[in-house]
Ligand binder design. Structure first.
Ligand SMILES: Nc1ncnc2c1ncn2[C@@H]1O[C@H](COP(=O)(O)OP(=O)(O)O)[C@@H](O)[C@H]1O
Ligand SMILES: [Mg+2]
Length: 308
């Protein structure tokens, strides 16, 4: 019987989601006949992993520490095979600016951006370049932390007046901030499972109120449609972009590529190395639309981890 350590929780801002993802993975693993050791990740992680002596670790962590290559590096040191992407891919996905460079260098579409780090602002007078940046990217702008998830710290600025507060909001989540051109369009997510694109999910806001961007994130005000109602060539293109992003970033196991389908075609916003696995998460919904049960997803990701 395979001994699987499920790593969940942790200290990131996405702890709650991770606990839900982890619990669901544990149930699936038990149904699959594995011996499960659940670990709420903390300062005793190394000791607990040594005690558990698992054949493999299922990393159900989201956000800082768990999704950014940190836990992955520790698992490498301990010689424990693990699910999902390796250290380098996790580092690239967790950093939206690094991701965007990789995508753009690889010829994939991503909205124009400028990133501002703490040193640029405090030591190099970057504030004096703000007007130039605003001109280059044009309003509306999306301002967000470089390394954060779940829309935390994401603000839209319609005018220059709204930029300072947005920068402050985003910088409370980390030292680097990303300013990005706003792309109007349909919000799509393409999950990739073991190198194959799953059906496209569209997040449809229940009410469109012009520039009331906030509506998008309010729970209950977004509806998820899968497969998204798209023309076949658009679906193909979007899935092809997701797979190419997966390859360029070096992902393994699973990932979710977030995009906006704008007037100039699909644009990649980010790639999540460890997508949510709760019962309302997008990857399980997409798998379901492809005729895959959650247990099948877990089995496939585990298999891939063990075959490395
Ligand atoms: N450039 C953009 N244009 C339009 N909407 C955006 C843009 N960037 C982010 N958003 C919106 O904000 C949400 C969160 O942004 P995202 O880059 O996916 O970060 P995260 O999900 O890690 O917080 C997106 O799903 C989208 O609704
Ligand atoms: Mg996202």
């Amino acid at each position: 019987m395979t001994r699987v350590a499920v790593l969940k929780g942790g200290r990131s801002l996405e702890r709650g989601v991770s606990l839900a993802s982890g619990a669901r993975v544990e149930d699936a693993l038990e149904r699959l006949g594995a011996t499960v050791v659940a670990i709420d990740v903390g300062a005793d992680l190394v000791t607990r992993l040594r005690e558990a002596a698992p054949d493999v670790a299922f990393v159900a962590l989201h956000g800082r520490g768990g999704e950014d290559g940190t836990v992955q590096e520790l698992l490498e040191v301990l010689g424990i095979p693990y699910t999902g992407s390796g250290v380098h891919a996790c580092m690239r996905c967790a950093d939206k600016v690094l991701t965007k460079h990789v995508l753009r260098d690889g010829g994939l579409p991503t909205p124009d951006w400028v990133s501002l780090g703490e040193i640029a602002v405090t030591e190099l007078g970057a504030a004096d370049a703000l007007a130039t940046i605003e001109q280059r990217l044009a309003f509306p702008l999306v301002i967000k932390p470089v390394s954060q998830g779940s829309s935390l710290g994401v603000t839209f600025a319609r005018t220059a007046d709204e930029v300072p507060a947005a920068l402050i909001a985003a910088s409370s989540y980390g030292r680097r901030v990303l300013l990005e051109s706003y792309v109007a369009g349909r919000e799509l997510a393409v999950s990739v499972l073991a190198g194959a694109a799953l059906p496209v999910v569209e997040a449809v806001p229940r009410e469109r109120e012009g520039y009331d961007f906030a509506a998008r994130y309010d729970i209950g005000r977004t509806e998820f449609v899968c497969p998204a109602a798209l023309e076949a060539p658009v679906t193909e293109r979007v899935q092809e972009i997701a797979l190419r992003a997966w390859e360029l970033l070096g992902c393994r196991g699973f990932a979710r590529v977030d995009m906006i389908l704008g007037a100039d075609g699909p644009m990649v916003l980010e790639v999540n190395a460890i997508p949510g696995l709760t019962d309302t998460s997008l990857l399980p919904q997409a798998a379901d639309a492809a005729g895959l049960q959650f247990d099948d997803v877990v089995a496939r990701v585990l298999e891939e981890a063990l075959s490395r």
